[in-house]
Design a protein around this ligand. Structure first.
Ligand SMILES: Nc1ncnc2c1ncn2[C@@H]1O[C@H](COP(=O)(O)OP(=O)(O)OP(=O)(O)O)[C@@H](O)[C@H]1O
Length: 341
């Protein structure tokens, strides 16, 4: 994909924690990081727990000093900017919980204007227009007068995104914006961020543990592995070349490139040839794999499962060696299978 311009870029960046007087060596979390965040792009930063996602975000936003290397913000060294200047170019939504009460949603979103007005400065007409736009863009109009401590997790996250939007920066960085949210809210937040990146030409970087959503929504992935390497690319390329899988590799599960999902367990039971209706096959495969069977899409096994569909009704035909069974649910089919393998 062609993007208009680079907002943030790094060269041989090294992130971590400096040596303390009592503890001799610095803790290097990741090094040799060469990444670019472009305008109009949504980037998902993924990596196992403790791999360095928060440290990278905090370093790119100037909240944490790099151990070495270069960070450029709009073609100038990040260190050359004051905190206030950075706040006019990059807004951040961190994971810290809100603790201040007696503050309305509108007031909190208005704080996004503080790099321009000062903390206690009054809003100009133009500031008010930007705050209203941020509120509308995130769809939080119905609770602008509510106290911020009386918001659900999903509502609060949208309010924090509205505050970041009101800051009117070219980049927004969010550390785990989907943590604590249920699935519909996770999907909604990611979709909102994706639309904002594309509609407003902002560069949006978010860290997340939602591998599936990230694979579907990100223009680019930044993957951090446990050895401190950062690998970037289009999600599909990183899946096809095996990088995605290797970053999240564990003994207890494996990534299935053909379905884009993780298998929980290695199969220990017999291979089964599964065929028939596509939707039925998808859910039948899940049930078979969860039960430890190895699902094949080509014939040549002793056991076959055929999924038939009539409207919304499904039926499973089981062929075990010389025996045949008709089953009206996956549960019944699994029970029959147990008698053979
Ligand atoms: N003050 C510190 N001094 C030394 N090491 C630290 C310090 N704070 C964090 N770390 C270490 O830095 C590494 C990266 O932590 P970080 O919080 O950036 O990871 P993360 O990928 O965001 O993790 P998670 O997914 O669990 O939120 C971890 O190994 C952590 O233990």
């Amino acid at each position: 994909m062609e993007f208009e311009k680079q907002i943030i870029s790094t060269e041989e960046l090294s992130i971590g924690f400096p040596a303390r007087r009592t503890m001799g060596t610095p803790t290097v979390v990741a090094s040799d990081i060469d990444v670019v965040l472009n305008s109009g792009e949504i980037v998902c930063l993924l990596g196992p727990n403790g791999s360095g996602k928060s440290t990278l975000i905090r370093t790119l936003t100037g909240l944490h000093r790099p151990l070495g290397g270069l960070i450029e913000l709009e073609d100038q060294k990040l260190q050359a900017f004051s905190a206030k200047q950075i706040a006019k170019k990059v807004s951040t939504v961190l994971t810290d919980r809100l603790t201040i009460g007696n503050l309305s949603v509108y007031e909190l979103v208005s704080f996004g204007r503080s790099p321009y007005t000062g903390w206690f400065g009054s809003l100009s007409k133009q500031d008010e227009e930007i705050v209203d736009w941020a509120i509308q863009s995130t769809g939080i109009e119905q609770f602008v007068n509510r106290d911020v401590l009386r918001l659900s997790d999903g509502e609060r996250q949208k309010v924090m995104i509205a505050r970041a939007l009101a800051q009117n920066t070219s980049a927004i960085m969010l550390d785990e914006p989907t943590a604590h949210l249920d699935l519909p809210n996770r999907v909604e937040i990611i979709r909102l961020l994706r639309e904002l990146a594309h509609d407003t030409q902002k560069g949006i970087l978010l860290s997340t543990h939602e591998l599936d959503l990230a694979l579907k929504a990100a223009d680019t992935l930044w993957l951090i592995d446990m050895n401190g390497n950062v690998i970037t690319g289009t999600p599909e390329d990183l899946v096809l070349d095996g990088t995605f899988e290797s970053v999240f590799e564990r003994d207890s599960f494996e990534f299935d490139r053909s379905t884009g999902s993780f298998k929980l367990l290695h199969p220990q039971k017999a291979p089964i040839y599964l065929h028939g209706d596509a939707v039925g096959q998808f859910w039948t495969r899940r049930a078979l794999e969860r039960s430890g069977y190895q699902v094949k899409e080509s014939n040549g096994t002793d056991i076959q499962v055929e999924v038939k569909r009539t409207g919304n009704d499904f039926e499973w035909r089981l062929h075990c060696c010389e025996d045949h069974f008709e089953c009206n649910s996956i549960e019944v089919m699994l029970e029959q299978l147990k008698k053979y393998c």
